[in-house]
Design a protein around this ligand. Structure first.
Ligand SMILES: [Zn+2]
Length: 209
């Protein structure tokens, strides 16, 4: 968890030169996009039932020490946050994102990411896939930088991801579950079931156990 406060909203027509945080014109600085970054997920600044995904940028030079977070709140609306402590009346909590279906590139690769494993006897598959279909209609769609290929059969398997609440999963995740017997993690199954039940006005999903 990390604390943040909304510091600037850049709407269409507002120049990046106008984005000033703690007296610093942030877009006048160069920052290293390749450095490991945190991705806090905060309550959406304008809508209570959505989240906003941010990424943290830390600038540490002789002249400037500045940490801030930025993210897309809407099309062409970028929001900027500054760190805030718990006593700040405008603090919002940033939570870590959760990922499903993010595989390592190769089975033998040294990585903390999982590799698909078939569990064809899983009985919740049909209900999960039906729930996933409803949830993906509501989820935010984000573009990847390139095509993803299925780790099992090598077919082209999507180039976008879905985001909802704290979760992100690739559009091709369905293919693993449907065609390769993948069983989703228990946490993701429960999330999808709860979201679908809420969308459909029902609390009766057996996936929720
Ligand atoms: Zn495949």
């Amino acid at each position: 968890m990390s604390g943040w406060r909304l510091a600037f909203v850049r709407t269409p027509g507002v120049s990046v030169c106008d984005v000033v945080l703690n007296g610093v014109v942030v877009h006048a600085l160069s920052w290293d996009w390749s450095q490991p970054r945190a991705y806090p997920v905060v309550q959406h600044p304008f809508e209570t039932d959505r989240t906003c995904w941010l990424h943290v940028i830390e600038i540490d030079t002789v002249d400037v020490q500045l940490a801030f977070a930025m993210g897309d709140a809407e099309d062409d609306v970028v929001v900027y946050y500054l760190p805030a402590d718990a006593g700040d009346p405008n603090v919002v909590q940033g939570r870590d994102p959760l990922f499903e279906g993010h595989w390592r590139a190769l089975e033998a690769e040294a990585s903390n990411l999982p590799w698909p494993r078939a569990e064809p006897e899983w009985s919740g598959r049909d209900e999960f896939l039906a729930a996933l279909e409803h949830v993906e209609v509501r989820a935010e769609v984000v573009d990847y930088r390139g095509l993803s290929h299925c780790r099992v059969c090598s077919r082209v398997n999507g180039y976008r991801a879905f985001r909802l609440d704290r979760w992100e999963w690739p559009e091709g995740f369905r293919h693993y579950v449907e065609d390769h017997g993948q069983r989703p993690t228990e946490a993701f199954v429960r999330f999808i079931a709860a979201q679908a039940a809420w969308l459909l006005g029902s609390e009766t999903s057996s996936l929720l156990g």
